[in-house]
Design a protein around this ligand. Structure first.
Ligand SMILES: Nc1ncnc2c1ncn2[C@@H]1O[C@H](COP(=O)(O)OP(=O)(O)O)[C@@H](O)[C@H]1O
Ligand SMILES: [Mg+2]
Length: 296
């Protein structure tokens, strides 16, 4: 499977421009982490990819044909976990998945048993959804996205609200399922991307700020991360973004990212989190997209 997104701009009817001139291609297997702060445009991009929104400008194609002409094929090959996923509280886990399978035209109950197994939910299949914990509900969400072994899996913030142990379990499910598919996983948790993705897309303020491997994102951050000592009450050095602060016996040790490290800073090895913060705070990435007047 191959997806091509070509020069997409999305302006909502309110006049809000959520994405500007976005282009990207993905061919299976590809596990793409979509990183960006809240409001960056991640959900908008995902809704465009599932044909749930029509772009204002630009084109999306699936295996070389326009997405809209491929809606049937898309539906049969798509697993989607929306950001705000509603579940039917009164149904049991099995009943809910049976319902979702029917919507996807999947008739064989083996498909349900299989996704329950993969998400470790078999023992809970007769439990009503209202009695599940947050993590278990998310697992049901993932399970429905995996029904029918889709080739394109789009997960919008699947790990929000999960505790660290649950996040690790999810990552294992994701990396198992990614082997021959295109998976897009949006998050603002950098560790999720680090653990499973072979490609990272950083979106900030409606523009793609980076598209490459995690290692490439880290490589462009070398010499832009450092630690420096400060006293309580000192301001951060000009042009620096503080990643973390540790109080020590002789003051505060800050980890900073900056275009030009100040003389007081000692350069250190970047992590993916440093690299992400550096990417969205780089002066060249501070250009904002133009807003359009509201449509009448
Ligand atoms: N239906 C909508 N109408 C108007 N503006 C919207 C709508 N949905 C999202 N937006 C705006 O578009 C921008 C991108 O939103 P979204 O794609 O949800 O970002 P993210 O998922 O990265 O948090 C935000 O400024 C958001 O307020
Ligand atoms: Mg979102």
């Amino acid at each position: 499977m191959k997806i091509d997104v070509s020069h997409i701009t999305m302006i909502y009817p309110s006049g809000k421009k959520a994405l500007q001139d976005i282009s990207l291609s993905a061919e299976s297997p590809n596990f793409i982490g979509v990183l960006g702060p809240n409001g960056a445009g991640k959900t908008t991009l995902m809704k465009l990819l599932i044909a749930g929104l029509l772009p204002t400008k630009g084109e999306i194609s699936l295996d070389g044909k326009p997405l809209l002409s491929q809606e049937r094929y898309l539906k049969s090959q798509l697993g989607y976990l929306p950001q705000n996923f509603g579940l039917y509280d009164e149904l049991t886990v099995w009943q809910f998945l049976d319902y979702m399978a029917a919507l996807k035209n999947i008739r064989d109950s083996k498909a349900i048993a299989e996704v329950l197994e993969r998400t470790n939910m078999t023992a809970l299949r007769k439990t009503r959804i209202r009695s599940l914990s947050g993590g278990q509900r998310q697992r049901v969400g993932i399970a429905q996205a995996l029904l029918g072994n889709p080739q394109l899996i789009i997960l919008d913030e699947p790990t929000v609200g999960l505790d660290p142990e649950e996040r690790v379990k999810f990552r294992n499910i994701f990396s198992e399922m990614a082997q021959d598919k295109i998976v897009l996983l949006s998050t603002h948790i950098v560790e999720d991307v680090q653990a499973v993705c072979n490609r990272v897309l950083v979106i900030h303020d409606g523009l793609i700020r980076f598209d490459g491997t995690p290692a490439q994102l880290i490589a462009q951050t070398v010499h832009h991360v450092g630690t420096c000592h400060a006293q309580p009450g000192d301001d951060a050095p000009d042009g620096c973004q503080i990643v973390s602060k540790v109080h020590t016996a002789d003051g505060i040790r800050s980890r900073i990212v900056a275009e030009h490290l100040p003389p007081c800073a000692q350069s250190c090895e970047p992590t993916l989190e440093d690299a992400y913060l550096y990417c969205i705070h780089r002066p060249e990435n501070q250009k904002n997209i133009r807003e359009e007047p509201a449509a009448i």
